[in-house]
Each structure stands twice: as C-alpha cells, then as structure tokens.
Design a protein. Sequence first.
Length: 207
Amino acid sequence: MNRTLAQVLSVAFHPLLLPTYLFAIILYYMPVSTLTLPFHIRWVVLAMIFFTTFILPGVAAYSMVRLGHLDSVEMERRDQRGLPLLFTGVCYAITAYLLHREANFDALFYFVMGIIAASVFLTYLISLFWKISAHSIGMGGGLGLLLVLNWLAPEARMVVPIALGILLSGAVLTARLALHVHTPAQVYAGFASGLLLAVVAAFAGGL
C-alpha cells in the first residue's frame, strides 16, 4: 500500500474518531422506531460523544507532547502509551456514565459506550507489556458492535455498514502494516481482541 494512503487511512480511522462514527450510524442510520430519543435532538448525543471521546483525549495527548511526556501524538513508543490511554479510558467511562444517568437516553447508548471504554482499558493493560495495535482493536470492536446491532435490530438492514466495516478494517490493518508501526501479530491480535470483546461483552451485558 502507498505510504500516503496508509497515513490517510490511519488518521481518518484513528481510534479516537471511531466512537463518533459508530454513534452516527446508531443515531442516523438505524430506523427511527428502534430508538426512543427524538430525532431532532440526536445531534446533542453525537456532539457530546465527539467532545468527550475525541476533543478531550486529543487535547490531552497534544498537551503531553508539549510537556515532553510524549514524543508525538501517534504514541509509537509502547512505554509512552500508558498515561494517554488511561486518560482516554477514564474519559470514555465518564461518557458512558453520563449516558446512563440521563433517563431520556436509550439504554443502548451507554451499553455501547461502556463496551468502547472497556476496549480502551484492554488496550491500556496489554500495552503495559506489549505494543498491540490500538487501531486494530478499535476496528475490530467497531465491527463487532455493528454485528451486535444487526442482531438487536434486523430491520435496521446493517448489511451495508457491516460490509463497509469489513472492507475498512482490512484497509486500516493493511495501512498499519504498510507504515511498519506494528507487526502482523500485533495487528491481528488487536483486531481479534476488539471483535471478541465487543460481541462477548454485549451478550454478557444483556444487550
């Protein structure tokens, strides 16, 4: 794969952006009948997700670079991943709590956000001793959640998002290998871990 294309894919499908993409599908692709939240205020949920799962962790990572705690926001060194991953996991867990606390939000929201938060903490734990691919965990988890949504609401016709998820997962995993930032084992293990975590956690949590 061309290096420029690999870099574009890595940025466009950065793990911090995946929650926003996934919630955009939930809020605007799934049938109106599957959610109780009024359509005209769903942008509030999406804006909150974008702010707490992308803006806050992104600003924190940039601040860590400026303070000398990170070499770059890409976090290529395993020993520098701990603090930003932990902070991101806390942001995601708080987001799940906020979604749970608001009675007007569908239970699906905080279940999905909770699973995403769990995937970040899994990445943090594994990164303490091995440089697993966060991109791969994110793509695997996202695909797993799309499969769960298809099971929960067959009328949603999730075939197109799932097919795109499979194609994009392959492209992103290939991009990470093309950039030589991960070994094949780190990429494939990340994807499998994210996929299994999403599916197992969803069914164990009663989704």
